[in-house]
Design a binder for this molecule. Structure first.
Ligand code: ADP
Ligand code: ADP
Length: 235
């Protein structure tokens, strides 16, 4: 069974069809890229997979078990983590403190106030290093990191707190060439660790080198769903 299986999903807002008949599968150790211009339905698709919006029709399963959409935390609790473009980080707080921010921490480790600061600093440094980022100083405010590094911290954080699937919302959109490269390398790392990745982007040059499958959206419709092989063959 795939980690994520979306079957023939529709989503309408009044008489606007934001998504029509979208199917998508994500396996462990696989990157699915979702490409489309503004208004293609990317945000709507993210909200469905993140468990925040119930599709008007169609089904959504995680590990073969239907998502009920009874609670906004359901998908997250089942391992679907979203890293949004406008990251939920507190710029003036140290990197390590941002790493240990949020509900997932409490669930896995208990209240933060009971955790040892040195444990949090070392863990942050180690987790980043394991994914290939050597931050000399995890005490610096996260706001002093580059946009690419901040994305990487957010990705590492989700991995550490047990995500099985990462939804990355335009993680390279606001970045230059070099920083985009850092994030793309990180995406490959996450895949190598066996996560399923859903990489939302409007940039084919970023999708192509890291993607295993490609869903092309236009005005809410799938105009293509290709494996890497198919794309290479068609060229
Ligand atoms: P994208 O993220 O690719 O830009 P969206 O998913 O935001 O696309 O939007 C897809 C379509 O659905 C657009 O036409 C948009 O205006 C419409 N839409 C999205 N959300 C809503 C909403 N809450 N109410 C009405 N229309 C919406
Ligand atoms: P993005 O650029 O990240 O795709 P948008 O600016 O399209 O985001 O949309 C931001 C938010 O507004 C989303 O939650 C989307 O669902 C909602 N939205 C988009 N279009 C409409 C619309 N026509 N009416 C109401 N809400 C909308």
């Amino acid at each position: 069974t795939p980690l994520v299986r979306l079957t023939a999903c529709d989503k309408s807002y009044g008489n606007i069809i934001a998504l029509g008949g979208i199917s998508l599968e994500v396996d462990a150790g696989e990157v699915t890229c979702v490409l489309g211009d503004n208004g293609a339905g990317k945000s709507t698709l993210i909200k469905i997979i993140a468990g925040l919006h119930k599709p008007s029709h169609g089904s959504y399963e995680v590990d073969g078990v239907p998502v009920t959409f009874d609670s906004p935390r359901e998908a997250l609790e089942r391992g679907i983590a979203t890293v949004y473009q406008d990251l939920a980080v507190v710029p003036l707080m140290p990197v390590w403190r941002n790493f240990f921010l949020g509900n997932e921490v409490r669930k896995r480790l208990g209240p933060v106030r009971r955790l040892d600061i040195d444990f949090m600093r070392k863990t942050t440094k180690k987790e980043l290093l394991d994914m290939g980022i050597d931050l000399r100083d995890v005490d610096q405010p996260i706001g002093t990191l580059s946009g690419g590094e901040r994305q990487c911290v957010a990705i590492s954080r989700a991995v550490y707190f047990g995500a099985k699937v990462l939804i990355l919302d335009e993680p390279t959109a606001a970045l230059g060439v070099k920083q985009s490269g850092v994030v793309l390398k990180y995406i490959v790392q996450a895949r190598e660790r066996g996560l399923g990745v859903i990489f939302i982007t409007h940039n084919p040059h970023h999708a192509y080198p890291v993607g295993d499958r490609f869903l092309l959206l236009k005005r809410g419709k799938a105009i293509g769903y290709y494996s890497k092989d198919e794309i290479t063959r068609d060229e």
